[in-house]
Design a protein around this ligand. Structure first.
Ligand SMILES: *Cc1c(COP(=O)(O)O)cnc(C)c1O
Length: 416
């Protein structure tokens, strides 16, 4: 039988986009773990502490889901954009910290904050468009921008200025085709928390440039340092803002896949420009969050008591201190900044203090092999020869893991 050729070919764009996959790089690192090492593997690598018993979610949330499920009222398809009770509850929850009220109409329910990113980026797609992303940042923005044919440009977060946005850099990068900038606050991967004054400057810069602000607040309220959390939406009358959030991090249920997009746009700029319709169309072509999780949202947001949040913040604060104090004393790390929010910190490798280690990937691979400890190499966040450390792990595992990192660094230290 003759045939010209198979017509299906790989999508090159997907290949470029998947270079920015944390999961893929971590799989490569984990492959080095020695199976005969009987010690537990310590995951300093990903932002999902749900498997540790001290990070179990509140019973309020579990009960809310069980009640919704067992009522048999939520077995059908969810409405596009989300169930009204869920949208109303999220609008009320977010409005507590805003100088104006969000309406049900300002909120869309998504499958986690991740789908919120997908929907917003697919709505921004147009020929020649570019977007400004933080470096270091969250690689899903890079991957999804590439998939949507939006050109990616990176502005720096300034380590010497507590990881604030390099606003001069932002102004230099932007041009007529720039549509939006992304900020992540509290910060993944730097563990920083922006001040009210800095957020205002970001809003003013974006207004001058005429661009949308996408405020990723996946770690909203997870702060334990000097600055408390200020939602970007506070500045919605300066510049239109789309705030992305979810239950995943604050309630430690990332597998429940419940997130949202909130329109912080009291002057209606997004509606007038047709962008809201565009988001609705994008939502219409995507999958909705599970109905019984959506139905549980009002109870989860309204009934979770402070003692749950306080307990989690206490663990995170202690974990962050332990981690920072330990790594600071190890000579192969420099430029550490004490984390004040989220679940992460960035540490720079000082390769001159390490013998036989070529770069961040080499460091993480050998650490996995010799100590069964997993760190994320910085290159995937465009920070070569840095590592991202997640301190959100059970305190005893944290101490164990830090001791192993210390032993590894001492073993590989340059002989003086
Ligand atoms: C975890 C995370 C997300 C995705 O959150 P989900 O709700 O689990 O989809 C988005 N942005 C940042 C910065 C994150 O760390």
């Amino acid at each position: 039988m003759t045939m010209k050729e198979w017509k299906f070919k790989e999508n090159q764009n997907l290949k470029t986009a998947s270079a920015f996959s944390i999961k893929r790089v971590l799989d490569d690192v984990k492959n080095n773990v020695n199976p005969s090492d009987e010690r537990p593997v310590i995951p300093f690598s990903h932002g999902d502490p749900s498997s540790f018993s001290c990070f179990r979610t509140t019973q309020v949330a579990e009960d809310a889901v069980v009640d919704a499920l067992c009522s048999a009222n939520f077995n059908g398809y969810a409405p596009k954009g989300g169930a009204l009770q869920a949208r109303r509850a999220i609008a009320e929850y977010l409005s507590i910290n805003l100088p104006y009220e969000l309406s049900t109409d300002d909120v869309y329910v998504t499958l986690g904050a991740k789908q919120a990113i997908e929907i917003v980026l697919s709505s921004l797609r147009r020929p020649g468009a570019n977007i400004l992303l933080p470096k270091p940042g969250y690689p899903a923005y890079d991957a999804l921008s590439i998939l949507n044919h939006i050109e990616v440009r990176h502005f720096d977060l300034l380590q010497e200025k507590t990881w604030e946005v390099d606003l001069e850099g932002v102004e230099k990068l932007a041009d007529d085709k720039t549509v939006a900038m992304v900020i992540i606050n509290p910060g993944n991967p730097c563990g920083n928390v922006f001040t009210h004054a800095h957020l205002q400057k970001i809003a003013e810069t974006a207004r001058r440039l005429g661009i949308l602000v996408i405020a990723d607040e996946a770690y909203a309220h997870l702060t334990f340092g000097r600055n408390s959390f200020v939602p970007m939406g506070v500045f919605g009358s300066i510049v239109p803002i789309l705030t992305l959030g979810s239950l995943s991090k604050r309630w430690i249920v990332p597998g429940w896949r419940l997130g949202w997009i909130a329109r912080n746009d009291p002057d209606g700029v997004l509606k007038e420009s047709g962008f809201v319709e565009c988001i609705k169309r994008s939502l219409g072509t995507n999958t909705e969050a599970a109905t019984f999780i959506q139905a549980a949202v009002p109870q989860i947001l309204e009934k979770t008591t402070d003692d749950f949040f306080v307990k989690i913040i206490d663990i995170l604060r202690k974990d962050a201190d332990t981690c920072y104090e330990c790594l600071k004393e190890i000579s192969c790390f420099t430029c550490l900044q004490k984390p004040e929010g989220s679940l992460f910190l960035m540490a720079k490798l000082d390769l001159s203090n390490l013998e036989g280690i070529n770069d961040d990937m080499d460091f993480c691979s050998k650490l996995a092999k010799e100590e069964s400890v997993i760190l994320l190499p910085g290159f995937v966040l465009r920070m070569k020869n840095w590592v991202r450390v997640t301190f959100a792990i059970e305190p005893s595992a944290l101490e164990d893991g830090l001791a192993r990192i210390k032993a590894f660094c001492e073993r590989h230290a340059t002989k003086q």
